[in-house]
Design a protein around this ligand. Structure first.
Ligand code: SIN
Ligand code: FE2
Length: 214
């Protein structure tokens, strides 16, 4: 098509020091990842969590792995149990852990071992406000994020809340890794546009893989 460039092997794009957008890097594993998500959601359903201020977080979430990120009136934190049942979260599927190690390694973070996987599910119109990931014990560990289904615009800001955010489209199978000097950068998701994806319908999934405990 005129005016469009198609790269057969998309190359990683450095968004900032230690922050990489890896277009299509998880595409080969997308089917297995979606199966893994379906299994997790059957076990520990997606739910809308409350912020400490009492507002509802837009996108429903759940977790797998030893620790899960939760939010309620008592604050943002990691918990080894699903607050809905008091039972441990389901284990992190090896496919997911293995992909996270590999992507982190490619971005320069050798030895990354995730213990927490947050699953976010966005329907059109849902968004995630600009925030920092700051509930983890060791900030020298990176964040690995994988996008599946409907595309979304990732807002990539700076170290201060007011810094202008760059807009990066995350498509099905894209990965992001950020750590080092960019570990505390503000980031978020613009409202997801209406659409239908052949694999997920009207949904965008995001897996955020983190090392929560020291
Ligand atoms: C997040 O940073 O919490 C989620 C980002 C995303 O959905 O891609
Ligand atoms: Fe985040």
């Amino acid at each position: 098509m005129r005016g469009q460039i198609t790269l057969l092997e998309p190359v990683p794009v450095e968004l900032g020091p230690g922050a990489w957008h890896m277009p299509g890097r998880a595409l080969a594993k997308a089917g297995g990842l979606l199966d893994a998500i379906a299994e997790v959601i059957r076990d520990v359903p997606l739910r809308q969590m409350l912020t400490p201020g009492g507002r509802r977080i837009c996108a429903p979430m759940t977790n797998c792995g030893r620790l899960g990120w939760i939010s309620d009136r008592r604050g943002y934190r990691y918990s080894a149990e699903d607050p809905l049942t008091g039972r441990p979260w389901p284990p992190m599927p090896e496919l997911v852990a293995q992909l996270a190690r590999q992507l982190a390694g490619e971005a320069g973070y050798a030895g990354f071992e995730p213990d927490a996987c947050l699953v976010n599910a966005y329907r059109p119109g849902m968004r995630m406000g600009l925030h920092q990931d700051r509930d983890e014990a060791d900030m020298s560990q990176p964040i690995v994020s994988v996008s599946l289904g409907l595309p979304a615009v990732f807002l990539w800001g700076g170290l201060r809340r007011g810094d202008k955010a760059r807009r990066v489209t995350l498509a099905h199978g894209d990965a992001l890794v950020f750590g080092g000097e960019s570990r505390m950068c503000f980031h978020g998701i613009a409202p997801v546009a209406r659409g239908r994806h052949p694999k997920t319908g009207e949904l965008r999934y995001n897996l955020t893989l983190r090392r929560a405990a020291a």
